[in-house]
Design a protein around this ligand. Structure first.
Ligand SMILES: [Fe+2]
Length: 237
């Protein structure tokens, strides 16, 4: 059990490093030897995903929600940085949930922005090449994958994420959900996120009110499959 826990921690650390690299972590800053994070820029304007996702939602989601995760993640990391040399076990343990929640929020949202693209830049174009073939093999068709993601995303109680991931150990695609801001890796150390859809109310409520299925139906029009395909090709080779 202890060995498994150590393995998961090591894997999480690897994924955090890999995600930071993949995300281009413009991110990294150093203060007193501590690696902290900054809000990544979007590669498109806030209004560029309309009408699927309103500019108002995108601006609030990025500037306020994601920024809050970054701020609170850095705060928790700084407190951890102070507590570690003191051997302050109580504080170290107390910080774990804040690090998981806010660090997860930063990781998940950084992926989410890359999973989206304006229609004029290819948003919504179904995947071709190896990822397209893998989707057909594992789910039957692209349409069946969309149905499965939408069903699981709509059924998720409370706040969380629905993912298309690659299980590197079993070499297959999976659809998973995670609660709150848990990253996909919390469901298995070999899972790599290809596509993560935020189903927190803050991602859709201003436009879709409480009708999460409508948000899920429309988000496919701006999904950036080029990014998911690149990750798939890199991780499955
Ligand atoms: Fe969010």
């Amino acid at each position: 059990m202890a060995a498994r826990s150590l393995l998961i921690r090591k894997t999480l650390a690897t994924v955090l490093r890999r995600d930071s690299a993949a995300l281009g972590a413009p991110a990294a800053a150093h203060s007193r030897g501590l690696h902290t994070f900054t809000l990544p820029d979007l590669s498109y304007d806030y209004g560029a995903l309309e009408p699927a996702i309103s500019g108002e939602i995108m601006e609030l989601h990025h500037k306020k929600h994601h920024q809050t995760y970054v701020t609170n993640y850095n705060k928790a990391l700084e407190q951890l940085h102070d507590a570690l040399p003191k051997g302050d076990a109580s504080t170290i343990v107390k910080l774990q949930s804040a690090i998981k929640f806010n660090g997860g929020g930063h990781i998940n949202h950084s992926i989410f922005w890359k999973n989206l693209a304006p229609v004029r830049e290819g948003g919504g174009e179904p995947p071709k090449g190896s990822l397209g073939w893998a989707i057909d093999e594992h789910f039957g068709s692209f349409e069946k994958l969309v149905q499965k993601v939408n069903a699981e995303g709509a059924a998720l109680q409370g706040s969380g994420w629905v993912w298309l991931g690659l299980d590197k150990e079993l070499k297959r695609l999976v659809v998973e959900t995670t609660a709150n801001q848990d990253p996909l890796v919390t469901k298995g150390p070999g899972l790599v996120p290809l596509l993560g859809i935020d189903v927190w109310e803050h991602a859709y409520y201003l436009q879709y009110k409480n009708v999460r299925p409508d948000y899920l139906k429309n988000i496919w029009k701006v999904i950036n499959w080029k990014y998911a395909s690149e990750v798939y090709d890199n991780e499955s080779s």
